[in-house]
Design a protein around this ligand. Structure first.
Ligand code: PBG
Length: 322
């Protein structure tokens, strides 16, 4: 009888030698929520250990990330003022624009990614401009998304991440950025973004739940994965630098299909619901902390080399042994 599989697990040394997947702190992108105001560091009730920061309090967080070796962040802004066309989203002094400038001043090496979407900025909470009948007007929205992306690039963002799911947004953004002289600002496309219940805690955090209806007309049906490949192929053709699957854990098969079909860097968003579910289970003693490592590892094993996760800090601490 051949005992090879068991032999390869027989000591820690050999387990390390044959290990196929290793998490690195460079794999992680840490999401940050920025709000207007002063001296605010407020825990988001639906997401333990995740906070809303005003810009003045963001500095200490950036320094902590730096000390943990986390060099990639994605910013979400929560403006005070919302209107029909989400004008704070592309304002020179918008919350994200101010935050990017401040971060680049404190830590020029921090790689700053910005979420490009309208739902946090529109009074109706949808991800675009609405027609009179209440539908999202795809092509009109593209003009606004481009303005938002260019304003983020102007503020110093290294990468923009459109999460709106409008058709044609990658080529619109690429063209807009190039024309404004930002050829080196890259685009991470939320290519397969599912209409998922796992965004619940985020919507509370970002005050971005739609005031009527849902996002089913522009986000993907969880039942489909061939469609994800069509979306991914379009984004690659349109010039995306990185393609993303979101959420991650219920869509590991989609991550794997992306990996096998596209010769591209694949990102996965380990979303708020996935975070809170596990975090609360660990906090309440139902699961050991190791479950966090295991589940984030599964995202990498599935094929994502870039993982956007609210667990980045605790994983980085664990990896540093502190
Ligand atoms: C939209 C956006 C959402 C998330 C990231 N960008 C919410 C949505 O589509 O409703 C969700 C992220 C998470 O749940 O952690 N701007």
């Amino acid at each position: 009888m051949i005992k090879r599989p068991r032999r390869l697990r027989s000591s820690q040394a050999i387990r390390n030698l044959v290990r196929e997947t290793v998490l690195h702190v460079e794999d992680f992108i840490y999401p940050l929520f920025v709000v207007e105001g002063e001296n605010i560091k407020e825990e988001i009730s639906s997401m333990p250990d995740v906070y809303h920061f005003s810009i003045d309090r963001l500095r200490e967080e950036i320094m902590e990330l730096k000390s943990l070796g986390i060099r990639y962040i994605i910013l979400f802004g929560i403006p005070n003022h919302k209107d029909e066309c989400g004008s704070e989203g592309f304002a020179h002094d918008g919350i994200v624009q101010k935050a990017v400038r401040a971060i680049k001043e404190w830590d020029p090496e921090m790689f700053v990614i910005t979420d490009v979407c309208m739902c946090e900025y529109t009074s109706h909470g949808h991800c675009g401009i609405l027609t009179e009948t209440g539908y999202v007007d795809n092509d009109k929205t593209l003009e606004y998304l481009t303005k938002i992306a260019v304003s983020h690039a102007e503020a110093g963002a290294d990468m923009v991440a459109p999460s709106d799911m409008m058709d044609g947004r990658i080529s619109a953004l690429r063209q807009g950025l190039d024309e404004a002289g930002y050829m080196n600002v890259s685009i991470m496309a939320y290519s397969a973004k599912y209409s998922s219940s796992f965004y619940g805690p985020f919507r509370e955090a970002a005050h971005s739940a739609p005031s009527f209806g849902d996002r089913k007309t522009y986000q993907m049906d969880p039942a489909n994965s061939d469609e994800a490949l069509r979306e991914g192929a379009l984004d690659c053709e349109e010039g995306a630098d990185i393609i993303m699957v979101k959420p991650a854990l219920s869509y590991l098969d989609v991550i794997r299909r992306f990996k096998d079909n596209f010769n591209m860097p694949i990102a996965a968003y380990n979303v708020s619901g996935e975070y809170s579910m596990l975090k609360l289970a660990v906090k309440n003693g139902l699961l050991s902390e190791d479950a966090i490592y295991e589940s984030v590892m599964s995202i990498k094993r599935a094929g994502a080399t870039i993982i956007i996760t609210y667990f980045a800090k605790e994983l980085a601490r664990k990896m540093k042994g502190c």
